[in-house]
Ligand binder design. Sequence first.
Ligand SMILES: *Cc1c(COP(=O)(O)O)cnc(C)c1O
Length: 357
Amino acid sequence: MNTSTAAQTPRVQADFRSDTVTQPTAAMRAAMAAAPLGDDVFADDPSVNALQDKIAALLGFEAALFMPTGTQSNLCGILAHCQRGDEYIVGQLAHTYRWEGGGAAVLGSVQPQPLNHQPDGTLALADIEAAIKPDDAHFAKTRLLTLENTWGGKLLPFAYVQAATQLARDKGLSRHLDGARLFNAATAQAAQNGTDPYAEARAITSCFDSVSVCFSKGLGAPIGSALCGSREFIARAHRIRKMAGGGMRQAGMLAAAATHALDHHVLRLAEDHALAARLAEGLRGIAGLEVEAPQTNIVFVDLVGAARAQSAALQEHLKAQGVLITGLYRLRFVTHLDVDAAGVDRAVAAVRSFFAA
Ligand SMILES: *Cc1c(COP(=O)(O)O)cnc(C)c1O
C-alpha cells in the first residue's frame, strides 16, 4: 500500500518554480483527516463555515466565501462588484488582468482598463484618476479599482495603498485586493514596522471593500482561496460562485487545511523571506546575472549580455542538479515551506558551477 506522507516523500529536488508546489505537512494532513464534514452547498459543512468565519474575522470583514482557486475568487469578486458594461481599473501585469484568461470580460462582460505599473508595482495615482471615465454614454462605467499585494513579490508601500484606495473611494469606486500573497505582504510590512503580520494584514485589508487571499501559495495548503467582503457582497459572490461551478460539497477537508495554515504557517513566512534574501545574496556578483533584491519570497534574476545566450543550457544544468525554476531570461526563484537552507545553497552552488565552467 502506498502510504506516502509529507515526511516520507523524498525531496530530491529543490523546487523553486512556485510556492504552489508545497505538499501538505503531516500535521496538516492530520487536521484534514479529522475535519468534521457536511455538504457546503447546504451551508452544512462545519469546517468550511469555521474557516469562513475565521478569515473574515481575521481580516476585518463581515463574511467570507471559500473558493477552489484564486482565479475563481477574483472572478466572483469582480463580478459581484460590477455589472455588464462596467469597467475595472487594473495593472497591465496584474493577475486579475493578464493571468486569468480574461474571465471578467469573457464571463462577466466587464471591461478591464489596464494601466502600466510603476517600477515598484504601483499604479500611479494620476493614471488611475485619468482612467476614470466621466458619466457619459460613450464610456463604460468605471466601477472598481483592483490592486495586487504582493505584486511580483513586491510589497506595495502602505502609504500608497491608503492613497490609491482613498482616491478610488472619493471617486465612488469600489476597491478589490488580489491578496493571493497578502500574508507575505503583511510579513514584510510587519518586519518594517516591528509589528505582527496578522495586524498588518488587517491594516492592508481595511483599505478595501473585498479581498481575495490564497491558502495554496506560501501558506502551504493544497487547494483553496477565500473571498472576503460585506455580507451582502458575499451573498452576490455566492450566487456567482455557484454559476461558475464552484459550489463544493464536503469541502471541509480542504477548509481544515486552510485553517491549519492560518494557525501555523503565517508566522513562518518570515523564514521564506530570509531564504529568498540568502539566495539573492548567494547569487550576487556572478557576471551576466542581475539579481533583484527580494522584498518577500520571490527572487528575480535577469540574464544580461552574453549570459542570455546560455539561458537554455543553464536551465538544463539546474534541472540536472535538481533545481527547478521558471523564466528564460528573467529567472524566478520562489521560496516556500518545502525548500530549506540546504536547497537554497544547492541552487546557489548549481548556478555558480554553471558560470564557473
Ligand atoms: C496564484 C495567484 C492567484 C490565483 O491563482 P490560482 O492558481 O487560480 O489559485 C491570483 N493572483 C495572484 C497574484 C496569484 O499569484
